[in-house]
Write a protein that binds this ligand. Structure first.
Ligand code: PEP
Length: 253
């Protein structure tokens, strides 16, 4: 059984490096004694060097990377560059990047390969824009996973993470229900097994994201079945106290 993992996605926040240091220090202090949950903080790229010097109780992640190591790719950052600053996890395919920047599943597949090449942990984000009244996990989620993982060898991605983030739940205050999220986790694990075999399917960690807060976080972690094994937290990760409460509530399960 894996430890639960809680990943903070700061997105384009906070506005200054000194605020970033303060927020990171408060999170680090708050989670310092917690042993049975893993915490990863993903700040904007520019704050990574400063935070890498003060990291400890929390690991550092990035919110994206490019698929090439270096070259004529203006504005991009590679996974090898991230690794130099102590980054261990890289979010790939967040719905905001798919939406605002036109990221496709094919681009995401190339990014995942680049992350794995550096032996970093990819956090692949998938999720449907709308849920129809049947409540079924839409086929788009299967398509996103199959394309993103295409071209990987069997067993590869066994240490990867898939964040199920229904787009309609992100930043809306309308989270998925814990039951539906657990069903999504089971469905996603089946797809990974189908695409990359049993080792990858058993190894992959599936986490939930979308309007998680200190009150609802623990309800998404399944005790009896292999469902959600962590959280990707956006808005609530910008409030140190609330984020620490989320980590504590999950670590106590
Ligand atoms: C996210 O953007 O990954 C996210 C889960 O955001 P929020 O927690 O604000 O819904």
């Amino acid at each position: 059984m894996h430890k639960s993992i809680i990943i903070a996605n700061w997105k384009l926040n906070p506005g200054t490096a000194s605020e970033a240091r303060l927020l990171f220090s408060a999170v680090k202090k708050g989670v310092a004694g917690i042993r049975n949950a893993e915490v990863v903080v993903c700040p904007p790229f520019v704050y990574l060097p400063a935070l890498s010097e003060i990291r400890r109780a929390a690991s550092l992640g990035a919110q994206d990377c490019f698929w090439e190591d270096k070259g004529a790719y203006t504005g991009e950052v590679s996974s090898s560059m991230l690794k130099e600053f102590g980054v261990t996890h890289v979010i790939v395919g967040h719905s905001e990047r798919r939406n605002w920047l036109g990221e496709t599943d094919e681009m995401i597949a190339r990014k995942i390969k680049a992350v794995l090449k550096e032996k970093l942990t990819p956090v692949l984000c998938v999720g449907e824009r709308e849920r129809d009244s049947s409540g079924d996990i839409p086929a788009i989620v299967e398509e996103q996973i199959c394309t993103a993982l295409s071209g990987l060898k069997k067993g590869e991605f066994k240490n990867g993470i898939i964040a199920y983030e229904p787009v309609w739940a992100i930043g809306t205050g309308r989270p998925d229900t814990p039951d539906d999220a657990a069903r999504a986790a089971i469905f996603i694990r089946k797809i990974v097994k189908k695409v990359l075999g049993k080792t990858a399917g058993e190894g992959v960690r599936i986490i939930y994201g979308g309007s998680v807060n200190a009150k609802n976080a623990a309800s998404f972690i399944s005790k009896d079945i292999r469902g959600m094994e962590g959280m990707l937290v956006g808005g609530a990760s910008l409030k140190a106290d609330e984020f620490v409460q989320i980590v504590k509530s999950i670590s106590e399960i």
